[in-house]
Design a binder for this molecule. Structure first.
Ligand SMILES: Cc1cc2nc3c(=O)[nH]c(=O)nc-3n(C[C@H](O)[C@H](O)[C@H](O)COP(=O)(O)OP(=O)(O)OC[C@H]3O[C@@H](n4cnc5c(N)ncnc54)[C@H](O)[C@@H]3O)c2cc1C
Length: 302
């Protein structure tokens, strides 16, 4: 399915951006922070938590990285002022990881200083494998000074367990978001089979639970959710000790069911003008993409 979607996406990318924006809209709150605020308030009113993400990645100059830091700080101030039940999610390449390691570390400290003042938690997203080791290193460094940040583990990585052990001490009293991983990595780096990724996800979750680490179980895969529930029972976890996490616009019915069962669910709410790359990744994962595209083409003609 992902292969078919990749082919369709290649074709779709030839279309004008305004056309792609139609499919992208379900996955993003809008272009402005106000759009995200409106959406988070709606989620919070349904007892759903949020994590706000300012879209953007792979920043190539210091000015852009600084602008991204300023915007992240604006989000933190808004979360505080509007009393939103939300964390902030951030990609390190957006604040300079690919420009200079120390610049990125410094920028993260600027963000965490403000977040600490407002008592807001920050989740560091995990990007492609060229960023993994630096992200782990920065997280380790930040944890010496800050308790209000967590990071992400990707279950498709063959070395995920090794990486986890590198930051195990720092994860105590912090949190980890466990997801499958979205980037198209080489086979030497990442598992490719659906089931082997699932197996590694469950193995990692079992380990994290056994170590009493708070986990954001970030998946829409019903088989993984079933497996996670079995582990929750095995370790007699209470609802304060983990949460489910989902992406905006994905599996809303499943999300609402988890909420009605009494689980904590957090939704990833991206906003901003740099919606293109993020949306393309989401579209590739949508199993109904061919149908959605066809319906939209006919709807346009009709
Ligand atoms: C809160 C959150 C944060 C994340 N952060 C990161 C990160 O920092 N780094 C990273 O590499 N990855 C991140 N991811 C993405 C993750 O790695 C997966 O790529 C993504 O969640 C899809 O995997 P899945 O476990 O839902 O399983 P899948 O097998 O991909 O999906 C399960 C089912 O969900 C539905 N579904 C999934 N995606 C879509 C879609 N786009 N549109 C419509 N239906 C869909 C389909 O019915 C599908 O069969 C994050 C995911 C979440 C939920």
């Amino acid at each position: 399915m992902k292969l078919l979607n990749s082919l369709i996406i290649k074709m779709v990318q030839l279309f004008p951006k305004s056309f792609i924006r139609i499919f992208a809209s379900r996955y993003i709150a809008g272009e402005q922070l106000l759009d995200a605020v409106r959406l988070v308030k709606e989620l919070n009113s349904k007892k759903i938590l949020a994590t706000i993400d300012v879209l953007g990645e792979d920043t190539t100059n210091v000015e852009e990285a600084n602008a991204a830091v300023e915007e992240a700080i604006r989000v933190l101030q808004t979360i505080y002022n509007e009393k939103l039940n939300s964390t902030l999610s951030i990609k390190l390449t957006q604040i300079g990881l690919k420009i200079d390691y120390n610049l990125c570390l410094h920028n993260m400290e600027r963000i965490l200083d403000v977040a600490k003042e407002y008592n807001i938690y920050v989740e560091i997203d995990m990007e492609d494998f060229t960023c993994t080791l630096d992200t782990l290193k920065i997280f380790k460094e930040l944890r010496k000074k800050y308790s209000n940040c967590g990071m992400v583990m990707q279950a498709y990585l063959r070395k995920a367990n090794e990486h986890l052990n590198m930051v195990l001490n720092e994860l105590r009293g912090s949190s980890v978001r466990l997801c499958k991983g979205i980037y198209n990595e080489p086979v030497e780096i990442a598992y490719k089979g659906k089931q082997e990724i699932r197996d590694n996800f469950i193995k990692l979750l079992d380990f994290l639970f056994s170590e009493n680490i708070y986990v954001g179980i970030a998946t829409h895969d019903v088989k993984l959710i079933k497996g996670a529930k079995e582990l929750i029972r095995k370790y007699s976890k209470t609802i304060e000790q983990f949460e489910f996490q989902m992406l905006l616009g994905v599996k809303v019915d499943l999300r609402d069911r988890l909420v009605s069962e009494g689980y904590m669910v957090r939704v990833y709410v991206p906003y901003g003008t740099h919606w293109y790359k993020y949306s393309i990744r989401r579209m590739k994962e949508n199993p109904k993409l061919p149908l959605v595209i066809l319906l939209n083409i006919f709807a346009k003609r009709g």
